[in-house]
Structures are given as C-alpha cells and as structure tokens.
Design a binder for this molecule. Structure first.
Ligand code: URA
Length: 306
C-alpha cells in the first residue's frame, strides 16, 4: 500500500514514500517537474497494454511506444454493437461493457515497422535517426533517452550488452556507468580503446528497474541491431553476458558454458565470428570471474592480431 503523507513537511512520511517508490523500482526522475499522468488528455504510459476494450483509438501520440496500435483496424466496431449473447445464453443489456479484447501491438507488427525503418538507413547516423523515430518497442515509453552506441561507427570489434542502465539512460550512451568503466579498462588491457570498438546493447532503451529485457522487447529492436551490424561490419562480435549471448547467438545455454567459445553468426547480410564474454556488471559483483574474463580477452587479442 502507498504510504500516506499528510503534508510536505512530514519528513518520516516523505521518507516512507520515497522508500516505497524505490522498492517499486522507481529509481530516477523522468523530468524535473512532477507530472500527473492521469490528468493528461492521453492515456498513462502502458495503458495500451491493458486488456480493456475501446481504447485503441485513444491519443497514441501521448504514448509513443504504442503508436503502432494506430496502424491496426479498431478492434471494436465504431457503430453500436448488436445485442450479444452472454456465456449463459441470455442477451446482455444494451449498456453492457464491450468484451475485453487484447489491445497490445502484435510483436510482429512492431518488428515489421522496425525492419522497414532499419533497412532504409544507409549510414549509422540515419539508423540512429530511424531509431529515434521508432515507437514499436515498449521500453521507449518509460526510458528517458535513446542509447544507441558509443565508439567508432565502423569497427573490427562490436560489443553487445544487455540493456542500458540508469547512468546510460541519463547520459543517452551505452556502458557509461560502473560496468562500462570496467569494460573500458578491460579493453585497454589488450590495447583497445573506444575509438577502435563499437559498443551497443540488444535493446536501446532502459528497462524499468533495470530488469532483463523481454524477448519481445529484444525482438522489436532486432532489425535495428541487424542493420547496425551490417553498417559497422565487425570481424568479431562479443556478446556481453547471458542475455546478450542468448539473443545474439540464438542459443539456450548459460553464459558459463559458452563464454570464450567462437561461433559464426549472420546478422542481416553480414557474417562474422562471435565469442561471448562475462558481463562486466557480473565481474563487479563476482571478482573471481575476472580470471575467466582475462583468458577471454587474451583470446580476443589473439583473434585480432591475425
Ligand atoms: N549493462 C549493459 O548491458 N549495457 C549497458 O549499456 C550498461 C550496463
């Protein structure tokens, strides 16, 4: 239950409210001014994912991630529905609510929109612009910024992580928080710096509360990632951590089994070698893993020097 606050000077009440927000996964402000989403003309973020009927024609511009709903025919006829039979066979009264129908954008609709937009991009900057205009990934509704990539537009090494976190969301760039700083130190240890690599994630917006992106969210972004790989044209792809490895390599094995192992991957029209490594955030929590990470870094260095 939301802690009650009687007035703004109620410090214990304020502390309890903030603690409640934190426990609910609200760990950063989306804007400087508070906003009453319920008082806005459109729907609150995520409303389109509810099952209530009759909302598909709402103001989708207010909820960008849901705009693809606008491309679908309305799920409920505009004219009054004829009397419907209830489950027990009696006609429902004329004022009965419409049946509850799923309103979420079908994942394949989001993916088709993404594929069309991504294919049209001839450069990495155009791909960034297409991503900025893309509304088919639900994560966009709650993130503050788009985190596309950092590093070189073309590079021999492309590192792909899981998802932006809080620092990345604030900065609008991937891997700039503590995990990113460790990643930079790991790369420096084998003679690489930001100008020599391309760093990105399987999704381009921060998931609320830093949860793992869902397969649907990753799939909605996938056409952009495929085009990104084509444009960067790396010799080597390094998925960082289990979620990225599973998505990039299309495998189900855990990261501990597959780290350090080479395989071939095809992304769009580009074929390259891939070797998953432990995620730097994991290494921050589990320093013992740095031994394995060091071995994998040496393997990467050897692969680059041939
Ligand atoms: N973790 C990731 O997987 N990606 C980032 O950009 C930051 C942290």
């Amino acid at each position: 239950m939301v802690p009650a606050m009687t007035d703004v000077d109620d410090r214990p009440g304020l502390a309890a409210l903030l603690a409640w927000y934190r426990d609910m996964g609200v760990d950063c402000a989306l804007s400087d001014e508070p906003e009453n989403w319920l008082a806005r003309p459109g729907r609150p973020p995520g409303a389109g994912w509810s099952l209530s009927a009759g909302t598909a024609t709402g103001d989708v511009a207010e909820a960008p991630a849901l705009a693809a709903v606008a491309n679908r025919p309305p799920a409920v006829p505009a004219s009054p529905a004829p009397a419907r039979a209830s489950l027990i066979g009696r006609p429902l009264p004329a004022t009965a609510p419409a049946p509850r129908l799923p309103q979420a954008t079908p994942p394949d609709a989001a993916e088709t929109a993404a594929r069309t937009a991504a294919r049209a991009a001839a450069t990495i900057d155009e791909l960034g612009a297409a991503l900025a205009a893309f509304t088919g990934c639900a994560l966009k509704a709650t993130a503050k910024s788009l985190c596309f990539y950092r590093g070189a537009p073309k590079a021999r090494v492309m590192l792909i992580g899981e998802a932006p976190g809080r620092e990345e969301d604030l900065a609008g760039r991937p891997f700039v928080g503590p995990a990113g700083q460790l990643l930079d130190r790991m790369l420096a240890a084998i003679g690489l710096d930001e100008s020599m690599v391309h760093i990105t994630n399987i999704v381009y917006w921060r998931p609320p509360g830093n949860r793992t992106p869902t397969p649907q969210e990753a799939q909605a972004c996938r056409p952009f990632l495929e085009r990104q790989v084509e444009l960067v044209a790396p010799d080597v792809i390094i998925p960082l951590g289990g979620a990225a490895a599973k998505h990039v390599l299309d495998v189900t094995e855990g990261i501990m089994r597959i780290r350090g192992q080479w395989s071939e991957v095809t992304f769009g029209a580009h074929r390259s070698r891939a070797m998953p490594m432990l995620h730097p955030a994991y290494l921050l929590r589990t320093p013992a893993g740095k031994r394995q990470a060091w071995r994998d870094l040496l393997t990467l260095r050897a692969a680059l020097s041939v």
